[in-house]
Design a protein around this ligand. Structure first.
Ligand SMILES: [Zn+2]
Length: 188
């Protein structure tokens, strides 16, 4: 694996060529200039490769921190191509851009989301150099997704559910012997 491939892997992106990387040591900023690989650009309607390039759309996409650099952005050139089969132009898909938060990579929202399971949205926004309201929206989006997959045990009488962590409040176990330990608080 060469250095370019390693950086692409660190960033959690795919099918791009890195053209330049600009480091701003003072602000701990990195700007990665990346262009979509021509061979990986497909018409979203017929699935065939585009016949020609119409234009390159420049986008700024927030990426997860890399080492000591906390403020990482990809300046991404995304291809709008012409499809002769469909007789139309279209933008090639990039699966690593988040489907809802299009100015972020999926990797970034996952890093931020995982942090928000442990600490506040405000704290995460300071660590990841972004705004807390956006972080709150990312957290809510992620929680909604996770709630759909959450299957509660059938015999569990849930009276309380908190979003910051999976926390159930159940009926007290009357058969339990000995004092209540702090690690039993899950079901207290
Ligand atoms: Zn097509």
């Amino acid at each position: 694996m060469d250095f370019q491939e390693a950086i692409i892997d660190f960033l959690g992106i795919q099918d791009v060529e890195i053209e330049a990387i600009n480091f701003h040591k003072k602000g701990r900023k990195v700007r990665v200039i990346a262009r979509q690989k021509r061979s990986e650009c497909f018409c979203t309607r017929c699935g065939l490769q585009f016949d020609s390039i119409k234009e390159w759309q420049k986008k700024e996409i927030k990426a997860p921190p890399m080492g000591v650099y906390t403020d990482v952005k990809i300046l991404f050139y995304q291809m709008r191509g012409n499809c002769d089969t469909c007789n139309r132009s279209g933008v090639a898909g990039a699966c690593w851009i988040h489907p809802e938060f299009k100015s972020m990579t999926c990797g970034f929202t996952e890093v931020a989301g995982r942090l928000m399971e442990e600490i506040t949205c405000e704290a995460v926004s300071r660590i990841l150099v972004t705004d807390s309201m956006t972080m709150w929206r990312v957290d809510q989006w992620r929680m909604e997704l996770m709630a759909k997959r959450l299957v509660l045990p059938a015999n569990m009488d849930v009276s309380f559910l908190a979003a910051d962590e999976v926390h159930f409040r159940t009926i007290e176990n009357k058969n339990r012997k000995g004092p209540l330990r702090s690690d039993m608080c899950l079901s207290s």
